[in-house]
Ligand binder design. Structure first.
Ligand code: HOZ
Length: 438
């Protein structure tokens, strides 16, 4: 890779950059200069850069800096950026119109594909974001069970709906605001927050709130407070507790769905959740989410049932075309095997640099995260032992070396099928150098 320019060139130190100018203008008109807080670099210091174009595993900034990207648009870009199968599908669909607001055949194809790949989803509805998907799962669970309370886990992030912005991960955690202002107390009070991987806490919550809990929602593989994993048996125990107590189990697979395996985390762990929320990969880079599950529950949605949910752009033909093209290509190339091989290669290249240090490398397939701690890390509290100052130094060293990782300790990096073996070698070299400099 040739870095046309690097972040440590004098022009960047002096702030005379197109990105700098754009950010100054953005600050005047956009809160924080960004349209989503995770982009703001506040967790690592400095200013975000602006991007002109992306292709495969690479991004080019407006100042001509070339970077190998491990953010992947925060998850959707599993085939890399602008894969021709997706851009061709979007172009072809756009020629037939960008939005109908009337059923279109691609929605049916998408619903059939999702239900085939995730058998726990017997019926599915398309929405426009992961937030909409999780929010709609909660309403559906409350409508179905006729109960109000939900259990979530500290550090899990399920988008920015009111009930879920309590001890949330991702940008909320990065910016030290895991409980958002503006969420009515009465709403937050219906959310019971527990430590991840602690089944005794779940049992106690069910005892103390008998017949009041509608659902337990979780990221089966939490990826918004760094990346950590469910302990052996935890997910099955959760399912047993939900069944015993008449509550629904909701898997938020916005990050893991169609990424960690064709059938997501639920396939890997052999669990059939009652409801599943999807986003990111399913949309091929367009704004898409989906939620679904047992037909008996999803059948409560309007117009069949009393739970209302709607959307002008839901099932949008461009978005369906992009998502279908991406998913079918992933299957054609056996993308999950490729991603595992690339991830394993990166992990093995980093092993020596990490072993024996206060560093923990967590990876599942193409998702990974480096903690600056001695571990073990299995919940929000243990993740917060990571040294975020060291992470910030590491992030900037890598950026100068031509790598773009998520600008926060409390996010997860993504490999795409477009990353080559050479990209992984180069990444490992830069990461090892960055670790030596700490
Ligand atoms: N859900 C993304 C990963 N934490 C963040 C996307 C965003 O908030 O912009």
């Amino acid at each position: 890779m040739t870095a046309l320019r690097r972040f440590n060139e004098s022009a960047y130190r002096d702030g005379v950059t197109k990105s700098g100018d754009l950010f100054a203008r953005a600050l005047g008109k956009i809160p924080g200069g960004v349209n989503s807080p995770v982009r703001a670099f506040r967790g690592v210091g400095g200013e975000p850069f602006f991007v002109e174009r992306v292709n495969g595993p690479r991004i080019w900034t407006v100042d001509g800096v070339e970077l190998i990207d491990y953010v992947g648009s925060w998850g959707p870009a599993i085939l890399g950026h602008a894969p021709p199968v997706v851009t061709d599908a979007v172009r072809a669909a756009a020629l037939h119109g960008t939005s109908f607001g009337i059923p279109n055949p691609l929605e049916v194809e998408m619903a059939e594909l999702i239900c085939a790949w995730m058998p726990a989803i017997e019926k599915v509805r398309m929405v426009n974001s992961g937030t909409e998907a999780t929010m709609s799962c909660l309403r559906l669970a409350r409508g179905f069970t006729k109960r109000d309370k939900i259990i979530k886990f500290a550090g899990c992030y399920h988008g920015h709906a009111d009930s879920l912005l309590v001890k949330a991960g991702s940008g909320a955690l990065t910016h030290g605001q895991p409980d958002s202002a503006g969420v009515p107390r009465a709403v937050a009070d219906e959310t019971i927050v527990l430590p991840f991987n602690n089944i005794e806490a779940v049992r106690a919550a069910f005892r103390e709130n008998k017949d009041q809990i509608a659902a337990v929602i979780l990221e089966a593989i939490p990826a918004n407070a760094g990346l950590f994993f469910p302990r052996e048996g935890f997910l099955h125990q959760l399912q047993e507790e939900c069944t015993r107590n008449g509550a629904l189990l909701i898997f938020d697979e916005v990050m893991t769905g169609f990424r960690v395996a064709r059938g997501g985390a639920q396939q890997l762990y052999g669990i059939r959740p009652d409801l599943t929320a999807l986003g990111k990969v399913v949309g091929g880079g367009l704004p898409v989410g989906a939620f679904g599950g047992r037909a008996e529950i999803v059948g409560q949605l309007s117009p069949d049932g009393p739970v209302y949910q709607a959307g002008t752009l839901s099932g949008n033909p461009l978005a369906m075309a992009a998502g279908l093209a991406q998913l079918r290509e992933l299957e054609r190339i056996d993308g999950w095997k490729l991603l595992e091989d690339l991830g394993a290669k990166l992990e093995s290249r980093l092993a020596d640099a990490i072993s024996g240090k206060e560093l923990i490398f967590h990876r599942i397939g193409s998702m990974f995260c480096l903690f600056f701690a001695s571990g073990p890390i299995f919940d929000l509290e243990s993740a917060q032992y990571s040294d975020t100052k060291k992470f910030a130094q590491f992030f900037h060293s890598c950026l100068e070396g031509g790598l773009y990782f998520p600008p926060s300790q409390f996010e997860t990096a993504f490999i795409s099928t477009a990353h080559s073996d050479e990209d992984i070698d180069q990444t490992a070299r830069v990461v090892c150098e960055a670790l030596i400099k700490l």
